[in-house]
Design a protein around this ligand. Structure first.
Ligand SMILES: *[C@@H]1O[C@H](CO)[C@@H](O)[C@H](O)[C@H]1NC(C)=O
Ligand SMILES: *[C@@H]1O[C@H](CO)[C@@H](O)[C@H](O)[C@H]1NC(C)=O
Ligand SMILES: *[C@@H]1O[C@H](CO)[C@@H](O)[C@H](O)[C@H]1NC(C)=O
Ligand SMILES: *[C@@H]1O[C@H](CO)[C@@H](O)[C@H](O)[C@H]1NC(C)=O
Ligand SMILES: *[C@@H]1O[C@H](CO)[C@@H](O)[C@H](O)[C@H]1NC(C)=O
Ligand SMILES: *[C@@H]1O[C@H](CO)[C@@H](O)[C@H](O)[C@H]1NC(C)=O
Length: 467
């Protein structure tokens, strides 16, 4: 039945008429014609998704009361689908069973995402409005069962309500093979000095030093580590004849936009942000939290966008000497912005913006900056510029002392030297993936390069992703 066209693999299952069309396998054809098309083109005859659909679910679904009509929201990684297709699910409502249809939307707003056209799996949020159900009636839901024909998947259900006033939560998207622990120490100290009360870090893998430092902050009670293990295997019994890529080998990075959206639901405070360990946001004139609370007062303001500014410290903080952070050097190099948002108001977020609000809120430009102390700020040529920003609004030397004290507490009097090999090899590997035009599924692809370098700590929590 399968007809090979050039090197493409076309698989047709007669009764379902699924055509899975891997352009990644026929890149030659693509470059010859200069035509860039989606990696995956799916034509389905039936609109109801069945057991032959490769999908991995986040094990918790959310019953989201921030909408006028409460929504059931299910998070998954799967190939592109149209909005017409749906999954059937059953929820328990006060002992009664209720059937709902879940419809999917890619978190990126497009599928495939133009940054990840070679990736087979995409972050999706599947939603059902629970129309007739009144708030009080909904109390009974604690589980949802999804029926893909004769394949059933059970998920836990967690409620989301409008968030509480006060406090400020920063989420860090899944860290994998992370080694720059000096960045983390500066990150936590700076954000806290700007008013942040809580951190949520999605964790895939890191060096032992990074893990130890994160656990130290977790034990202080200011940081929550959320497991983000590998997605796991496709159930082969379901796809015996299909040569589907594994979830881990064909997902952009580690599915980071899924984690970002989960984190926006998990945070308990209204004010929140998503950042990497080498990024902090600061306001022009005052402590960040004071500025943000004021700037968000108008009802129509749902988020503030902070423009990018590249920063370097002299000496480099990887030497464990943090005195350079008192007078940061700013560099004239563009980069995408990041936002601080009201987590009661956001519907879908992406890394650099709010894709949609629940109501008619908007994003406005902040009087402040996203300070990015990226490792390549030392090597890439860029002009120095004068800016009025500092990381700490007061007593910088006190904060530096606290960073050093923390490092000594975690690592003892001789703080281990930072080994840049891990980052260097990871970047080499990523350059190779990009050069080869492959899906940037870093975790799977760079495994052979990274694993031999050190004893990595991996998250291996079971049951986070279910198939
Ligand atoms: C929902 O609650 C309203 C009043 O709060 C009531 O009038 C309505 O009948 C309820 N709907 C259902 C489906 O029970
Ligand atoms: C599920 O249903 C499909 C088609 O309806 C059938 O081919 C398959 O054998 C069934 N699988 C199981 C595990 O019952
Ligand atoms: C956040 O959004 C909610 C819902 O729209 C609103 O009630 C609340 O006042 C907003 N909070 C801030 C700090 O703007
Ligand atoms: C949208 O914004 C306008 C003005 O900012 C406000 O009057 C209106 O109530 C808002 N609509 C909704 C549905 O929130
Ligand atoms: C930024 O600063 C200007 C000048 O002080 C002020 O008019 C404007 O409202 C501020 N904008 C925000 C979003 O804070
Ligand atoms: C850094 O790690 C690499 C890979 O494990 C190792 O070969 C190298 O000796 C290490 N460098 C230092 C200074 O420890």
């Amino acid at each position: 039945m399968g007809v090979p066209v050039k090197s493409c693999l076309i698989i047709i299952i007669t009764n379902l008429l699924i055509a899975l069309y891997f352009l990644s396998a026929c890149r030659k054809g693509v470059t010859e014609t200069g035509f860039v098309a989606p990696t995956v083109l799916q034509i389905r005859e039936k609109l109801e998704i069945d057991e032959n659909f490769p999908i991995v679910f986040y094990s918790t679904a959310y019953l989201d009361y921030r909408y006028k009509i409460p929504r059931l929201r299910v998070f998954a990684m799967n190939p592109c689908v149209t909005h017409k297709e749906y999954m059937s699910a059953e929820i328990g409502l006060n002992q009664k069973k209720k059937k709902v249809k879940l419809r999917g939307e890619p978190t990126e707003g497009e599928c495939p995402w133009h940054w990840a056209t070679q990736c087979f799996y995409n972050s999706y949020i599947w939603t059902a409005e629970l129309g007739e159900a009144n708030g009080t009636e909904m109390v009974g839901i604690d589980q949802i069962t999804i029926h893909l024909n004769n394949r059933t998947i059970s998920l836990k259900v967690q409620e989301v309500h409008p968030k509480r006033k006060g406090g400020f939560t920063v989420c860090v998207q899944p860290v994998y093979w992370y080694s720059e622990y000096h960045n983390i120490a500066l990150f936590i100290e700076t954000w806290r000095s700007q008013g942040v009360t809580r951190f949520i870090v999605y964790y895939h893998s890191s060096t032992t030093q990074v893990r130890n430092l994160l656990e130290y902050y977790r034990n202080l009670g200011i940081l929550r580590l959320r497991p983000w293990p590998s997605f796991g295997r496709l159930p082969t019994r379901l796809f015996p004849n299909l040569k589907l890529p594994s979830f881990d080998s064909s997902t952009y990075r580690v599915g980071h936009t899924l984690a970002q959206n989960l984190c926006a639901l998990e945070m308990k405070t209204e004010i929140g942000a998503i950042a990497d360990f080498d990024e902090v946001m600061v306001a022009d004139k005052e402590m960040l939290i004071n500025y943000v609370e004021e700037a968000m007062k108008p009802d129509e303001v749902g988020a503030l966008s902070f423009s990018h500014l590249l920063v370097k410290f002299e000496p480099k903080i990887s030497t464990m000497d943090f005195h350079g952070v008192v007078k940061p050097v700013f560099l004239d190099r563009n980069g995408p912005p990041k936002t601080i948002f009201n987590s009661s108001a956001v519907d879908i977020i992406v890394t650099h913006s709010i894709r949609r609000f629940i109501g008619n809120e908007t994003t406005i430009r902040a009087n402040g900056s996203l300070l990015h102390y990226r490792h390549n700020s030392y090597t890439d040529p860029a002009k120095e510029v004068q800016k009025p920003y500092s990381l700490f609004t007061s007593y910088p030397n006190l904060h530096i002392k606290r960073i050093q004290k923390t490092l000594r507490k975690v690592f003892g009097s001789s703080i281990p030297p930072y080994n840049s090999t891990y980052l260097h090899v990871l970047n080499q590997c990523i350059t190779k993936i990009v050069g080869e035009g492959k899906c940037r599924s870093t975790v799977e692809y760079c495994k052979q390069w990274m694993e031999p370098l050190t004893d990595w700590v991996y998250d291996t929590t079971e049951g986070i992703f279910v198939v």
